[in-house]
Design a protein around this ligand. Structure first.
Ligand code: FPP
Length: 249
């Protein structure tokens, strides 16, 4: 414990508070492998993964990061065994029940993206409550992607724009990047500066494909349940050493 605190403080000192990423996105990967290595069921990995999420959320809040977006369930994750899907589907509700008071105390605003209408009524009710009770909060915007897939998000945006054009509500020539972004599920969120993926996999897996176009990517072999605050600080320090050129020189 004491060594963990020393390590944390040493890394914290290296972070420049004036050069923080505004918006961090995370693919929380490696829960299943973490559990398997310990002879535990995959659900135990997700259970531990939930604890990492709370730690990282608080670390973002303490640093003053404006937005955190995490991939909790993809449109492809339904292919997993029923027992695992059921577990993953009740986890957000369980966390909302337990942590909503803490989230409200920290002025965090909760937001959900994805095809939420396909989730159970019970989970939709938890989501509604979390969003409703934190609507006025002005601190960190915490977005959870549930039943989310970037390709279908982009298609939905295109369909919405075509519909508006057909109804003469917009002129096709007026469709630019700004207008397109307003039709994505992330409308209103700041641009994503840093995307972290844990567990050694180096791919985007249909996560925020449009939004990540100029994002700095950070991949670590650490599995999500082992991703402590100091691992998060390492990612921020790495980000701060990069020189973003956006295609310029
Ligand atoms: C990927 O690891 C992880 C997931 C599909 C689920 C992520 C969910 C959590 C971290 C739980 C917390 C969520 C909330 C909203 C409380 P994997 O299962 O694909 O791992 P593997 O690649 O090792 O099999």
């Amino acid at each position: 414990m004491i060594f963990e605190r020393i390590r944390k403080n040493r890394l914290l000192k290296q972070i420049d508070p004036h050069h923080l990423p505004q918006h961090v996105a995370i693919i929380m990967d490696g829960n299943g492998r973490w559990a398997k290595m310990r002879g535990l069921p995959r659900t135990a990995g997700h259970h531990e993964g939930g604890k990492s999420l709370v730690r990282v959320l608080l670390a973002c809040h303490e640093l003053g990061i404006k937005a955190l977006t995490v991939y909790a369930f993809s449109t492809e994750n339904w292919k997993r065994p029923k027992e695992e899907v059921d577990y993953l589907m009740q986890l957000p509700g369980q966390y909302i029940d337990r942590y909503l008071p803490m989230v409200k105390e920290h002025n965090i605003k909760m937001n959900f993206i994805g095809h939420l209408d396909q989730l159970s009524d019970e989970l939709q009710e938890h989501i509604r409550r979390a969003q409703e009770e934190t609507r006025e909060n002005t601190g960190l915007i915490f977005t959870i992607a549930l039943n989310y897939g970037a390709r279908s998000e982009i298609l939905e945006a295109i369909k919405a724009l075509i519909k508006k054009a057909n109804e003469d509500a917009i002129d096709v020539e007026s469709i630019d990047e700004g207008l397109f972004e307003q039709h994505l599920m992330t409308a209103g969120l700041p641009p994503i500066d840093l995307m972290i993926r844990t567990s050694g996999e180096v791919r985007l897996s249909n996560f925020l494909l449009w939004q990540l176009a100029y994002t700095e990517l950070y991949f670590t072999k650490v599995k999500w349940p082992d991703f402590h605050e100091y691992e998060f600080y390492r990612a921020i320090i790495d980000y701060q050493q990069r020189h973003r050129r956006y295609g310029g020189l």
